[in-house]
Design a protein around this ligand. Structure first.
Ligand code: SAM
Length: 347
């Protein structure tokens, strides 16, 4: 069965990578079907009811860089003839039940096509009306969505991601604020890339105000944070308490992590950038090489570490014995580019 993820445009690759990581973490059997600008269609094997429960109850709650999840009716060329042909021909069973009302919304992604959305919404609405269903613009039972990107993707809305919840957790809204924190949506997407599952142990050895730990705690992980500055550890306590999370915090040095080897399921961290790297650990090189050695030591075999930096950290990770799985470059503003590296501890 095909499902589509309407992706945010905040990064070219991260939103799709986040979806694929979540499907894998959830144990779903899937393969990519179509990938176009701001939309990913995947083919998921298994019982429809179970897949849709995972998508609506678990995955939609975890995702940060997706807007909506759709059950796909079909993907066609983005011409009016192809779209209307699909709308006319599709059998409604499985998408809308007898007696249910509907609404059609079309969304154009950037300028991939110049098709008039309102015209298509009306025409598609006509096709569905002729199948015996009535439109209801105010409170429809089913919302049909047409995504016009490099291809046209047509389906019904299964679930929407509550992106407002991430805005509500913006660093300035938390009890303790200190500058230099990742935005919650980015912290959540990185947490998802780490593949952490509820109940597992998650570590941020440069935890600062706990921005990453809050996101990992909210997906159900038991989180551990270490930071060199006591005042930030105290602030992190306040932030984690505000969300009633299961956590452990320590004042310490990421270059000497006070944890046993092979005990941590996943790590996500953003070590200090630039000159502040000298807080503990001497030079940037010393800090990175020692911290990555420690991260590789405490991770369980096969465990994932996601490291964010303004410099490439992959060589330090590789020297520490970690395998580089992926890297992403994120331009934050003119003078800050983040490099996100996903490592895995070898089995
Ligand atoms: C970019 S900030 C992390 C921000 C954090 N993600 C947050 O949500 O606030 C880097 C943090 O590393 C800490 N730090 C610097 N050197 C350290 C070391 N050797 N061991 C542990 N923490 C260190 C700093 O105190 C700072 O809080």
């Amino acid at each position: 069965m095909l499902y589509a993820f309407e992706l945010s445009g905040e990064h070219e690759e991260l939103p799709a990578a986040e979806v694929l990581a979540c499907l894998k973490t959830e144990g779903l059997e899937f393969r990519s079907h179509v990938r176009v600008d701001q939309c990913l269609v995947v083919d998921i094997a298994g019982r429809e009811e179970e897949i849709e429960r995972s998508l609506t109850v678990i995955i939609s709650e975890r995702l940060a860089m997706t807007h909506h999840i759709l059950k796909v009716v079909g993907t066609v060329e983005n011409s009016p003839e192809a779209v209307l042909g699909l709308a006319e021909a599709f059998p409604p069973a499985g998408y809308i039940r007898e007696g249910e009302s509907f609404l059609v919304r079309a969304k154009r992604v950037k300028h991939h096509v110049d098709l008039p959305c309102e015209y298509l919404e009306e025409k598609i609405g006509g096709c569905i009306y002729r199948k015996g269903f009535r439109a209801n613009l105010k409170s429809p039972d089913v919302e049909f969505r047409l995504i016009l990107s490099e291809k046209a993707i047509f389906g019904t809305l299964l679930s929407s991601v509550d992106r407002g919840a991430y805005e509500a957790r913006t660093p300035q809204n938390k009890p303790f604020f200190h500058p230099g924190v990742l935005m919650p949506r980015v912290a959540r997407a990185l947490t998802n890339l780490s593949g952490i599952k509820p109940g597992e142990l998650f570590l941020d050895p440069f935890s600062g105000t706990a921005g990453i730990l809050v996101e990992a705690g909210l997906v159900g992980a038991r989180v551990i944070g270490i930071d060199a500055q006591e005042k930030l550890v105290l602030g992190a306590h306040m932030n984690l308490e505000a969300y009633e999370l299961d956590y452990l915090l320590m004042v310490g040095d990421a270059c000497r992590i006070p944890l046993k080897s092979s005990t941590i399921d996943a790590v996500v961290t953003d070590p200090p950038y630039g000159r502040s790297a000298a807080i503990l650990g001497g030079s940037f090189e010393e800090l990175y090489s020692s911290a990555l050695l420690e991260i590789q030591r405490v991770l369980k075999p096969g465990g994932i570490a996601v490291v964010v930096s303004d410099k490439a950290s992959f060589e330090y990770g590789e020297k520490a014995g970690l395998k580089v799985l992926e890297t992403y470059v994120q331009r934050v503003h003119r003078s800050l580019t983040r490099i996100i590296t996903v490592f895995q501890k070898k089995d």
